[in-house]
Design a protein around this ligand. Structure first.
Ligand code: NAI
Length: 286
């Protein structure tokens, strides 16, 4: 039987999550996605109306099938954690069972198990503020949405992951080198995500024979990246300074993710793998 993947953090056809979904679908996996509740309506409508059909095309000419879209807000683990104002919010009230625990239960009910868990989401409300000007709540919100969200997803999905399964997340070099402009505690959140990748690889390896890796990706003009404000500059900087002077395609990250969750990478776990045209290896800008 083909493998089944749950990909958290797909809300359009521009980001890394979508590209990973495509690479996995091309390799024969069944695709389930988790879409942020406030973005759910427009994503489902666009899917239904064929707006993504061109980018659903796989190398063999067929269209990627998303078997089910689950509403998800990865900053809440169970209904008890949801504040009243969020519960009352129209967009949230219109869907149900979107906390991490409930989504894992729904997937279990619908499909029984999964083989692959992908975390392709991040959020930092104060990302445009330097760390020196970041509030406690902004910092904690960045960690909650961008780091703990992975801990929580793995906690809740591990029990339904088949032995030999694998998970993957997306990180950024701001965790280890200073990237002015990547603020609000987002650099801290990525450092936590990479450290957690090592610890969770140990724990999930022992507990469920599941591998845990993260991809440190180069800059991509996704919706989330545009919110940071200087993504075009980063792309240009990479183009000029990286060993490989070419555009970084989301599909290149998708392909490495597909490799890392496949049996070809059966001895790789706890790793941060760079997919950035080699930019991380440079010590001096050209
Ligand atoms: P994206 O906009 O395609 O993906 C981010 C997704 O996170 C969106 O679909 C958004 O709806 C979702 N999201 C935000 N808060 C959420 C929550 N509380 N619960 C559930 N979903 C939530 O953008 P992108 O850039 O593809 O981001 C994917 C991952 O790649 C992120 O972890 C990001 O930090 C990482 N990354 C991106 C780089 C870039 O240059 N675009 C570079 C390196 C890493």
């Amino acid at each position: 039987r083909g493998k089944r993947a749950f990909i958290a953090g797909v809300a359009d056809d521009n980001g890394y999550g979508w590209a990973i979904a495509k690479a996995l679908a091309a390799a024969g996996a069944e695709i389930l996605v988790g879409t942020w509740v406030p973005a759910l309506n427009i994503f489902e409508t666009s899917l239904r109306r064929g707006k993504f059909d061109e980018s659903r095309k796989l190398p063999d000419g067929s269209l990627m099938e998303i078997v089910k879209v689950y509403p998800l807000d990865a900053v809440y683990d169970s209904p008890d954690d949801v504040p009243e104002d969020v519960k009352a919010n129209k967009r949230y009230a219109g869907s149900s069972k979107w906390t991490v625990k409930e989504v894992a239960e729904s997937v279990k009910q619908d499909f029984g198990s999964i083989d692959i868990l992908v975390h392709s989401l991040a959020n930092g409300p104060e990302v445009t503020k330097p760390l020196l000007e970041t509030s406690r709540s902004g910092y904690l919100a960045a960690i909650s949405a961008s780091s703990y969200s992975f801990v929580s997803l793995l906690q809740h999905f591990l029990p339904i992951m088949n032995s030999g399964g694998a998970s993957i997340s997306l990180t950024y070099i701001a965790s280890e080198r200073t990237i002015p402009g990547y603020g609000g505690g987002m650099s801290s959140a990525k450092a936590a995500l990479e450290s957690d990748t090592r610890v969770l690889a140990f724990e999930a390896g022992h507990k469920g024979k599941v591998r845990v890796n993260t991809i440190s990706a180069g800059p991509l003009g996704s919706r989330a990246a545009k919110a940071i404000g200087f993504i075009e500059k980063m792309i240009e900087y990479s183009y000029v300074n990286a060993p490989l002077q070419k555009e970084l395609l989301a599909d290149e990250v998708g392909n490495v993710a597909a490799f890392l969750v496949s049996p070809l990478a059966s001895a790789i776990t706890g790793s941060t793998v760079y997919v950035d045209n080699g930019l991380n290896t440079m010590g001096l800008a050209v």
